[in-house]
Design a protein around this ligand. Sequence first.
Ligand code: PGA
Length: 238
Amino acid sequence: MQIETFENPEALALHTAQYIIDLVRNKPDATLILTSGDTPVHTYKLITQMAEPGLFDKTTIVGLDEWVGIPPTSEGSCRYIVEENLLKPLNVNPEVYTFFDGLSDDLQSECKRIDKILLDKGGADFMIVGIGLNGHIGLNEPGTPFDLYCHVSQLADITVSVGQKYFKENTALTQGITVGLKHLMEAKTAVIIASGARKAGILKRTVEEKPDPELPSTIFQLHADGRIWADEAAAALI
Ligand code: PGA
């Protein structure tokens, strides 16, 4: 596991944006798994300023996860956050990207649909994730086996309460649908981005504890090219 520290959130976002742009310039048909959450928003905004038109035209982009029962038009959905901050401003063709449909009445088919995209591509070239305060990766909550592909998860209590920050109104969250950790292991490069002092404790545990499904982020220790990119506040304890 490689750890890189950046002076502040802006430097972290700039590095991440430049890395993604360079990756796609070198491999225009790259497969990317992109996360939502607060952490990547600045990165996505920078990409919209730095990328040339059409950069993502040949990529395959998959959204990391989605809240079950939440429509894609909700400001808290994964699709909304990635579309509004990255894909729409860049006019990325909707044919090259897809997200889980959290409203589907057949969530298992949704899982199989995303599995097939990733497996047909031979795994993602690059997967970027945030880290939950409980070590969740995507919506792979503590206790999730490392060898699952896409699946439906029961949300941890802390995920339900912290998740309220993405919504304007109090929102009932119970389940998630998520890219699984087996896809993470099969991604050529997997990166956790972390910003702010509240992530310092969980990053310390991620680095120091034995890999264990009870702390999903520890899977990064097992990844052939697993990286943590953190600003100084998040990296303060590692
Ligand atoms: P955040 O979310 O970027 O909003 O902190 C991280 C996560 O829970 O995956």
